[in-house]
Design a protein around this ligand. Structure first.
Ligand SMILES: [Zn+2]
Length: 343
């Protein structure tokens, strides 16, 4: 089942059809737009305005008339996800937004199915295969969504058209491996591709025993409202923030600033801001005395949610000047230092 017939979903599904995968479901509610054509290469100018699920199904069927292709002209939601996904063996997440990714992950965990994931942003791509029965899930890797005002999709941020072709092809390979039981899928591994440097890096991550959906005592036992889940988790307004460019300016003029990174060690290993001290959020309470309460401190994480909690904790511990880096290291990578890998 291919969810999203866009930049990732079209290359993935064409290769699966050509490979002879007997039954392919395509879920998409959108119509083809002119701005899609540079990266969604199965569509043509004549398809503009037509439903992607319908056009994609026709193309796949013409690539291979011996398979069954099932278009689902709906938006995947908490109300229909389990019913639609139940009959497929492998779920391929080709969506471009966080509510959909958490929804697909949770539905896959509840149904015990693999979730073949990829995402793209400008010149960077990432891929992994989540399977709660064989390894960690998407929530083990990304416990919380980024703040909603920090998220840009491809239409706004732009993307190199070839990039989703590469990442969607990786999803097709992963799916075929799962179907025939060959090789080592990306269980517990996040593959990070940078098209600018032409590098592949790999991040290893583990199942989180406290994961709310696949952990030892799950609290998510049914699908929830994912728009709400991804929309309300914004930083508390009481937390003082500093924008990436402003922080850069303060560092450049020689302000003495303590940079505190509250992410996990595997994230720190992938990228960090120079001279930052690492104390994961979960350890901060008992390690707070390693820090100077009178120092000007700026805390960051991936997107600014965990670090907002760290700022609250440090403020309550008597730190005088502690601010949250708005948008986290992701915003820093986008706005200040393009050499920092985005994940
Ligand atoms: Zn999990």
């Amino acid at each position: 089942m291919v969810i999203g017939a866009g930049g990732l979903g079209t290359p993935a599904s064409v290769y699966l059809a050509a490979a002879g995968v007997g039954r392919i479901g395509v879920v998409d509610e959108d119509v083809v737009e002119k701005s899609n054509l540079h990266r969604q290469t199965i569509y043509t100018e004549e398809d503009i305005g037509k439903l992607k699920a319908v056009v994609a199904a026709e193309r796949l069927q013409s690539v291979n008339p011996h398979i069954k292709v099932e278009p689902h002209k709906v938006r995947l939601s908490s109300a229909n996800a389990l019913d639609i996904m139940r009959d497929y063996d492998v779920v391929i997440d080709c969506t471009d937004n966080f509510p959909a990714r958490y929804l697909i992950n949770d539905a896959c965990v509840l149904l015990g199915k693999p979730d073949v994931y990829a995402s793209i942003f400008r010149f960077d791509g990432q891929a992994s295969t989540f399977h709660s029965r064989k390894g960690p899930c998407y929530r083990c890797l990304f416990p919380e969504p980024p703040p909603p005002d920090n998220v840009q999709d491809c239409a706004v941020a732009g993307v190199l058209g070839v990039l989703p072709g590469i990442m969607g092809s990786i999803q097709a390979i992963e799916s075929i491996k799962l179907m025939i039981g060959m090789g080592d899928p990306l269980f517990g591994r996040l593959l990070v591709f940078n098209a600018t440097d032409m590098t592949f890096n790999e991040l290893r991550f583990k199942k989180n025993p406290d994961c709310p959906v696949c952990g030892e005592q799950p609290t998510v036992r049914n699908l929830i409202d994912y728009e709400e889940f991804c929309g309300v988790r914004r930083a508390a307004p009481s937390v003082q923030e500093v924008a990436p460019m402003e922080l850069k300016r303060e560092i450049d003029v020689g302000d003495r600033i303590v940079l505190l990174d509250v992410r996990e060690p595997f994230e720190y290993a992938l990228c960090r801001i120079e001279n930052a001290k690492l104390i994961p959020l979960g350890e901060l309470g008992r390690r707070v005395n390693e820090l100077d309460r009178s120092a000007k401190t700026v805390v960051y994480c991936h997107t600014g949610v965990r670090s907002a909690r760290a700022v609250e904790l440090l403020t309550s511990e008597g730190f005088h000047s502690v601010r949250n880096l708005k948008g986290g290291i992701r915003a820093w990578a986008e706005e200040v230092d393009r050499k920092v890998p985005i994940y």
